[in-house]
Design a protein around this ligand. Structure first.
Ligand code: ZN
Ligand code: CU
Length: 495
């Protein structure tokens, strides 16, 4: 038999966290069909891996690439990191099921302009993704703030029961059409007035459908632990697996809190399925939030609609120049984007290294001066944190961006190297691997990613995008487990 693609002499990290092994990997069509020593195998394309590491393609579980996978289908920032699947629709904001006539509510403006919101159903969005043929796969959450934008005339109050029923119907339809689940962004001003009683019925619908619930907590500062409790309760009652988005202890007064937050997460997993995602940086980034303006940390403006000339400058310098308090300068810059240096390195490392955390970039692709996580998150975990600082073994770092992510988001036959799995693969040279994007030069492709294969086709090779765009919309086909390990062992014991 002649294979379509054969990758020879690879050090295979299969995504499970097990140590690497030496093998050749053969691909037929879009799936892996043989793994082992195949010195005499024939293939249309043969690539010598030169003993580099071959891992499952990375899954970016936390993105805001909703409209970019359609508008810029090469998806260069992600493909060059070895990412083969993005989960869009995080933090309560998604491009569907949404149509907008004029104003784009904060922070939906992170995704694009009003004309980019033109998908009244998830099916319309999925169709647009497939038509655009992105270079990588896409899976989607439905955003709670996006649902609100379709049924409410103002966001500064709880939704009433009629509005909740309409949101339920929109969500149910999207889940039927293959959406993965629901996300919320309860810290944002357009969602913060949604009480638990607004979230509960929506989350319960996700539970019925077998989806997942991800949440940007109501409070990532002093009220973190209470906000975690709210998320655990909502998810447990709705019988859904929970992912806490970008778990962090934000604000200088709260540094050192990661140990407590992580033990709380561990405790919750006694009763429910719960995980978190994390990006490997100590600065956050989003729209400029007046509630986060403080002189205790450095805040850099990344864009400003009324004052584009102030981009890339510290808010402090702008305020000094304008001879006004920080908060007034911030008000004058809005709408705007910012990078907040609001975490401690020790806290972030503890979250990143924890076995319940997955890697998610939270990159902001429409920011003209994006936080470097957009182009660098995945190589940074592998090179800086695993190889250089030894924060975790390489195989464990890979597990956090592949098999764990696929399991938590119901991505069947992805995130693993085994016979029968989809051939989403990333080959990297650990010696030269480096994230080159930083706060000064945020738009820069990583080094050391040698080859990226998506659904069996070579999408990136030796620093060049091949133009073969073989990504697709991944629709949820099975129920995502919300059972705890103890539930599971009980079930296995029953004959
Ligand atoms: Zn968020
Ligand atoms: Cu986010």
């Amino acid at each position: 038999m002649v294979y379509d693609l054969l990758i020879r002499n690879a050090n295979v990290l299969d995504g499970s966290g097990a140590p690497h092994f030496r093998a050749d990997v053969a691909i037929q069509g879009e799936r892996i069909c043989a793994i082992g020593e195949m010195p005499y195998a024939k293939a249309n394309t043969i690539i010598d891996a030169q003993e580099y590491y071959l891992a499952p393609g990375f899954i970016d579980v936390h993105t805001h690439d909703d409209t970019n996978v359609i508008r810029t289908p090469d998806m260069q920032p992600k493909l060059t990191q070895g990412v083969t699947t993005v989960v869009v629709g995080n933090c309560g904001i998604s491009a569907s099921p949404v149509t907008l006539a004029h104003d784009v509510p904060d922070p939906m403006n992170l995704l694009g302009n009003a004309e980019d919101f033109r998908y009244p159903t998830f099916a319309d969005y999925a169709q647009a993704v497939d038509t655009a043929q992105p270079s990588i796969n896409v899976a989607a959450l439905m955003g709670h703030t996006s649902l609100r934008s379709q049924v409410m005339d103002s966001f500064d109050r709880p939704a009433n029961s009629a509005e909740i029923s309409t949101m339920e119907a929109l969500l149910r339809q999207a889940l039927d059409e293959g959406a993965l689940g629901l996300s919320s962004g309860l810290a944002y001003r357009n969602a913060i007035h949604a009480p638990t009683t607004e979230m509960a019925p929506l989350v319960a619908i996700v539970g019925e459908a077998g989806g997942v619930y991800t949440t940007h907590l109501r409070d990532e500062f002093a009220g973190l632990l209470d906000a975690m409790d709210e998320a655990f309760n909502t998810a447990r009652e709705g019988k859904v697996p929970l992912v806490i988005s970008h778990l962090k202890c934000a604000g200088a007064g709260n540094w050192g809190g990661a140990v407590q937050a992580l033990s709380k997460l561990e405790a919750a997993t006694q009763h429910q399925h719960a995980h978190c995602d994390c990006y490997p940086y100590t600065a956050g980034s989003s729209t400029l939030d007046l509630g986060q303006v403080t002189d205790e940390i450095e805040i850099t403006i990344t864009w400003s609609q009324p004052h584009p000339e102030q981009a890339r400058r510290p808010l402090k310098d702008i305020a000094t120049e304008w001879k006004m308090p920080l908060i007034d300068a911030a008000r004058k810059l809005q709408p705007a984007g910012a990078v907040y240096h609001n975490m401690s390195e020790a806290d972030m490392q503890q979250v990143l290294a924890h076995p319940l955390s997955m890697v998610g970039s939270d990159g902001l692709p429409n920011d003209p001066n994006p936080h470097p996580r957009l182009w660098g998150a995945f190589p940074r975990v592998l090179a800086h944190y695993s190889r250089d600082l030894n924060l975790m073994p390489l195989a464990e770092a890979v597990r956090k961006m592949t098999s764990l992510s696929a399991a938590n988001f119901g991505l069947t036959d992805r995130g693993t190297i085994r016979i029968g799995a989809y051939a989403d693969l990333t080959l990297f040279d650990l010696n030269t691997l480096e994230d080159t994007a930083n706060y000064e030069t945020p738009i820069a492709a990583a080094k050391g990613i040698e080859l990226v294969v998506v659904n069996g086709k070579i999408a990136y090779h030796q620093g060049a995008i091949t133009g073969q765009r073989s990504g697709r919309m991944l629709r949820r086909t099975e129920r995502i487990s919300h059972m705890t390990p103890s539930d599971q062992s009980k079930q296995e014991q029953t004959p």
